[in-house]
Design a protein. Structure first.
Length: 285
């Protein structure tokens, strides 16, 4: 498949209302299918809304939960990425993003980089994920998911590229003032997204929340970027659906032109890290 038609749904979530949010997902899937999209991305924790202090015992879902199965069944002929609070067999809670298609849950990414700064306290709510992998979406297309703050750990996009991904899915929940200290969230994301897509030749889908909830002002700005970091589509501040077509050939050309992943040297990085750890242990001794 030389091209892939993709969509991002910037929906207005209802806090802690799984039924209402599922209905919004199902509606967006119908609209995306009507546009001919083969992949649809929703924001971080889209099934529960992004809550600073969620009632995880009530809202958390196991992978075979009815809500998730209904979403999987609706993903008929289209791959859907949606966010939810996951409960594992040990009773731990994760900030997770699932990939659904043709009645199945294909993969789950558990957020790796849990923020605990500004107004963010995920490190006190969720367990940390421990895996980063890619999933084949269509012939020639492999996607890796990074959830919001994952993208701000420079090692994770690099590892995604090294792992063979040629498409990055980036669900987020970015609100104005969440970091604090005058940090400009919209500008920060604009720089981060363009840098990552261009540096690693990774077409990127970015899905953010929108609207006011409590004291959080989600600014929207969801977008689709090509492998050179150019924007193909961008949402405003209101709910909406954006669509674009990605080219496999364009991605391959971008990665040949700037072969960052190809020329990366994991062995060298590993050696340098071991050296840093050794020096740190020596200083502590």
């Amino acid at each position: 498949m030389s091209t892939l038609k993709v969509a991002v749904a910037q929906i207005l979530c209802e806090p802690a209302d799984l039924s209402a949010n599922l209905a919004a997902h199902l509606d967006a899937i119908v609209r995306a299918c009507g546009e001919g999209a083969e992949l649809l991305l929703f924001p971080e924790l889209s099934l529960t809304d992004y809550l600073a202090a969620p009632d995880c015992k009530t809202l958390a879902l196991k992978p075979d939960a009815e809500v998730l199965m209904r979403l999987a069944e609706a993903a008929d002929g289209i791959t859907v990425s949606a966010g939810f609070i996951e409960r594992d067999e040990q009773g731990r809670f994760f900030n997770s993003q699932g990939l659904f298609r043709n009645g199945k849950l294909l993969a789950i990414h558990r957020k790796l980089n849990l923020p605990g700064y500004g107004t963010l306290c995920e490190d006190r709510v969720y367990a940390r994920g421990s895996d980063l992998s890619s999933t084949e979406l269509a012939p020639g297309w492999r996607a890796t998911t990074l959830i919001c703050a994952d993208a701000w750990n420079p090692a994770l996009p690099w590892l995604a590229a090294l792992g063979g991904a040629n498409l990055l899915l980036l669900p987020a929940a970015s609100a104005l003032g969440a970091v604090g200290g005058g940090f400009d969230n919209p500008r920060g994301w604009e720089i981060n997204l363009a840098h990552t897509a261009m540096t690693y030749g990774l077409p990127t889908l970015f899905a953010n929340h929108c609207g006011m909830r409590g004291g959080a002002a989600f600014w929207g700005g969801s977008r689709i970027l090509d492998a050179s970091g150019h924007e193909l589509a961008r949402a405003g501040t209101a709910p909406g659906l954006i669509v674009a077509e990605l080219s496999q050939a364009d991605g391959e050309a971008a990665r040949r032109r700037l072969p960052t992943a190809r020329d990366g040297d994991p062995m060298l990085i590993g050696a340098l890290l071991r050296d840093l750890i050794s020096k740190d242990e020596s200083l502590r001794a």
